[in-house]
Design a protein around this ligand. Structure first.
Ligand SMILES: Nc1nc2c(c(=O)[nH]1)N[C@H]1C(S)=C(S)[C@@H](COP(=O)(O)O)O[C@H]1N2
Ligand SMILES: [Mo]
Length: 331
């Protein structure tokens, strides 16, 4: 992002907003979990990364978890009527700097990423720290959420994610009263992720949210898209999606979630502090230091469209940011 050319580049409320973004049968399914027998041993993040299988000794790239059925694609547009971005574009125009800074190159380089077994270690200021294997992640009811994704580089997509509210996982571990922020980390494994051999960035990729942002119903952990398991290039097996913020906040291939007291320093804050802050809420009126954010290119369409405050989710999230004149929210 920093080094590329922009041209390339309240309960009732909660219930109501839920209804707006959940679509079709998937949302109504009691549980999509159909688990095959799987090993009970918790793999360490390291063994998960290298794909060393426990019981069988066979290491194989796996997408998703055998036996898990995700809710099928049901929607065809977002809640504003914008059509879905094609599956091909969603999976072949990616930002995932752990592989390459070339958007078109990510899919090919990421295709062999070992995503099973996988462990997400959740700890820090919580009552019940827990390591989630994929089988635990898929115990949360998976639902379809069609969201706009607005990259800070001024392009956007409409993506039908599959996932579940992050709040469900956080409620399980029980943040203590000291916890003010959530810090997320992507897998660090330069063998699997060749872009991490570059010292241009401080790996692993880190992102963060304030506690109320993390608990917001729109904030999900996504395990798939288009009714299919998450493709590696989109952040398999599990990634964050925060639709009212610039895309870089939606961290991919998460292995660690910590509840913390201090505001985390994200990879982008460390890489370019004069350009990227913590909040990064979408705002057409606050330009990036190097380009305007007033409009965006919807991938697959020719014309530019107007960028919306909070990426069109103002009704849902504006109560989190009481003073809109506070520039910190939009940096
Ligand atoms: N770990 C990690 N997460 C990441 C990125 C990345 O480079 N590494 N890129 C971010 C950026 S800039 C965007 S726009 C989105 C892109 O998600 P997509 O490729 O699934 O559309 O992922 C975000 N999450
Ligand atoms: Mo982005």
């Amino acid at each position: 992002m920093v080094r590329i050319n922009p041209s390339e580049i309240t309960p009732e409320q909660v219930y109501l907003s839920r209804r707006r973004f959940m679509t079709g049968m998937g949302a109504l399914a009691v549980s999509s979990l159909v688990l095959a027998a799987c090993g009970s041993a918790q793999p360490s993040p390291t063994s998960a990364a290298t794909g060393v299988a426990g019981a069988t000794g066979v290491a194989e790239p796996t997408i998703g978890l055998p036996g898990v059925t995700l809710p099928p694609l049901t929607g065809s547009s977002d809640e504003l009527g914008a059509p879905l971005t094609s599956f091909d574009a969603v999976t072949h125009y990616n930002n995932f700097y752990e592989f390459t800074t070339s958007k078109e190159g990510v899919a090919g380089l990421a295709k062999d990423l070992h995503t099973s077994p996988w462990t997400v270690t959740v700890g820090g200021l919580v009552q019940n720290p827990k390591s989630y294997g994929l089988e635990d992640i898929f115990k949360f009811t998976q639902e379809e959420r069609i969201y706009r994704l607005r990259c800070v580089e001024a392009w956007s997509m409409v993506i039908p994610w599959v996932g579940f509210p992050l709040s469900k996982l956080l409620n399980e571990v029980g943040p203590t009263s000291q916890a003010k922020y959530v810090r997320f980390e992507t897998l660090y494994d330069p063998q699997e992720m060749p872009g991490q051999k570059s010292s241009a960035y401080q790996w692993p990729y880190v992102e963060g949210l304030r506690m109320d942002e993390a608990m917001h119903d729109l904030t999900i952990l996504a395990t798939g898209l288009y009714g299919k398991p998450m493709p590696p290039q989109d952040g398999a097996p599990v990634r964050l999606v925060v639709p009212w913020k610039y895309g870089f906040k939606s961290i991919k291939s998460v292995v660690k979630i910590d509840l913390v007291e201090e505001m985390p320093v994200s990879l982008w804050m460390a890489a370019s502090p004069e350009e990227y802050g913590f909040y990064a809420n979408v705002n057409p009126k606050v330009p990036h230091p190097r380009w305007s954010q007033a409009t965006e290119r919807r991938i697959g369409e020719n014309k530019r469209i107007d960028t919306m405050l909070f990426n069109g989710y103002t009704e849902e999230v504006s109560s989190l940011y009481p003073d809109l004149s506070n520039r910190e929210w939009f940096f």
